[in-house]
Design a protein around this ligand. Structure first.
Ligand SMILES: *[C@@H]1O[C@H](CO)[C@@H](O)[C@H](O)[C@H]1NC(C)=O
Ligand SMILES: *[C@@H]1O[C@H](CO)[C@@H](O)[C@H](O)[C@H]1NC(C)=O
Ligand SMILES: *[C@@H]1O[C@H](CO)[C@@H](O)[C@H](O)[C@H]1NC(C)=O
Length: 231
């Protein structure tokens, strides 16, 4: 009996392994994203589907991003998008390479909720990935940047923010002049880090005064971090 159970368990594992994600209707999307009101988000998305058994060539790919019954974005250029989403979304993915990435800009409180992807391959099948939605949450408060200072004769100040909109990333600025080096780093599919480093030779007037780094997000919201330079 125990052996039989073990065998069926083994069999279950094997069948599970055989059904590779490639052969399933699966959309690979983050389950939840929090976005700052007014700013933007790039929703990373890839999808898979069972290989058609016939050898028909799939050469038409129509993709939709939907919220409930509303189409919010599509790769069809002339599609009539509801006014609420018109000009706020951009279909960035290339469907032939199973990429359904979408940009949502000017994020509003009314965007809070669930979005899902739908694929239509007229020579094959149509499918809505309602089992793999992304939930968008919207926050009103901009995150202040992280700020740190190193001293090595010179002052080397580093300021950074993480965000989910590499298409229109936040801008960092300093309250003092110096050499500024900026870069953007990808942390994972969803998170990006914009970093700004300020380097200067401190003057007596710089001490016991705040050094500020300000972040300006897409849409205009700002937040600031401040540190006092000690002698
Ligand atoms: C999907 O497309 C986006 C936009 O072009 C791109 O940035 C991203 O790297 C692509 N993802 C994959 C997994 O290729
Ligand atoms: C959405 O964001 C708000 C503001 O940051 C937060 O208070 C709330 O808990 C979040 N809701 C969910 C479902 O994560
Ligand atoms: C830097 O921030 C401090 C503290 O918030 C503020 O008092 C000061 O005016 C700011 N300085 C500049 C140059 O923006």
């Amino acid at each position: 009996m125990a052996l039989k159970l073990w065998l069926s368990f083994l069999l279950l594992q094997v069948t599970h392994g055989v059904q590779s994600p490639r052969g399933q209707w699966t959309a690979n999307i983050p389950t939840k994203i929090t976005v700052l009101q007014g700013s933007c988000v790039v929703i990373p998305c890839t999808f898979t589907f069972p290989m058609p058994t016939s050898k028909k060539i799939l050469n038409r790919w129509i993709g939709f991003w939907k919220k409930g019954n509303k189409v919010v974005s599509t790769n069809i250029p002339k599609w009539k998008i509801p006014k609420e989403y018109k000009k706020r979304t951009q279909f960035l993915g290339d469907l032939t390479s199973r990429n359904c990435t979408m940009l949502l800009d000017g994020v509003r409180m009314t965007d809070v909720g669930s979005f899902y992807f739908r694929i239509e391959m007229p020579q094959y099948k149509r499918y809505s990935y309602i089992q793999n939605p992304v939930t968008i949450n919207v926050t009103r408060n901009p995150q202040p940047p992280s700020l740190s200072v190193k001293r090595d004769g010179k002052v080397i100040a580093t300021c950074s923010v993480t965000h989910s909109c590499p298409s229109i990333p936040p801008q960092l600025s300093w309250s003092r002049s110096g050499i500024v080096i900026s870069h953007i780093k990808k942390l994972n599919q969803l998170k990006w880090k914009t970093v700004s480093t300020l380097i200067f030779q401190p003057l007596p007037a710089d001490f016991n005064k705040p050094l500020n780094c300000t972040v300006k997000y897409r849409g205009g919201k700002q937040a600031k971090s401040s540190t006092i330079l000690k002698i």
